[in-house]
Design a binder for this molecule. Structure first.
Ligand code: GRF
Length: 200
């Protein structure tokens, strides 16, 4: 009797290209399956893309809550807990979560960040790598902890910075690597293995 597949909820804010790769990677032989795609924007185009793949979706617009993060998260928890997830994957999710929310999912919430952490936490990572004259860039999957973009490393993938690169060209090269890294990390993590996946 194979162990039941872990239930995975994926949180998005926009197009959800990483979410799609995660959903497409979770086949019958995979230790996990997608049970919800949840967005903080009802207009996120990733919602329709997830629904087209047969995955349940929900959205909670963060804007009516203003600066009250706790109230937004309380609303977010309603569809999220109803899906009874074992693992949360943040995939292009652009809201900062409170320590209280993070603590509730400690040890089972993952995020992908478009830099070689600990370099360049936060935003505009590709431009910062270019401005620093870095020879390489990449992406990182990590466990989410209360400190932004700083949890235990679960995977990292490197790409070269090429002459003439712009933030857009470098970002596209990194995004293609994200689409390989995140599914590889999720498969290993869902099987109970936290050995980091290193690519590139
Ligand atoms: C991308 O910049 C990616 O590097 C980061 O979030 C952004 C959107 O990703 N993880 P997605 O296409 O919504 O997955």
């Amino acid at each position: 009797m194979s162990p039941a597949q872990k239930r995975v909820a994926i949180l998005i804010s926009g197009g959800g290209s990483n979410m799609l790769k995660l959903v497409e990677s979770m086949g019958a032989d995979h230790p996990a399956r997608p049970v919800l795609v949840l967005a903080n924007d009802p207009a996120a185009s990733g919602l329709a893309r997830a629904a087209a793949l047969g995955v349940a979706t929900a959205s909670v617009d963060h804007r009516p809550f203003g600066r009250d993060r706790a109230a937004f998260e309380a609303a977010l928890l309603e569809p999220l807990l109803a899906a009874e997830p074992d693992i949360l994957c943040l995939a292009g999710f652009m809201r900062v979560l409170t320590p209280g929310f993070v603590q509730r999912f400690a040890g089972r919430m993952l995020n992908i960040h478009p830099s070689l952490l600990p370099k360049y936490p936060g935003l505009h990572t590709h431009q910062r790598a270019l401005d620093a004259g870095d020879a390489e860039a990449g992406c990182t999957v990590h466990e989410v902890t209360a400190e932004l973009d700083a949890g235990p490393l679960l995977g990292q993938a490197r790409v070269p910075v090429l002459p003439g690169d712009t933030a857009e060209t470098l970002g596209a090269r990194v995004l293609a690597m994200e689409h390989r890294l995140y599914p590889a990390v999720l498969r290993r993590f869902a099987a109970g293995d936290r050995t980091p996946v290193l690519l590139g």
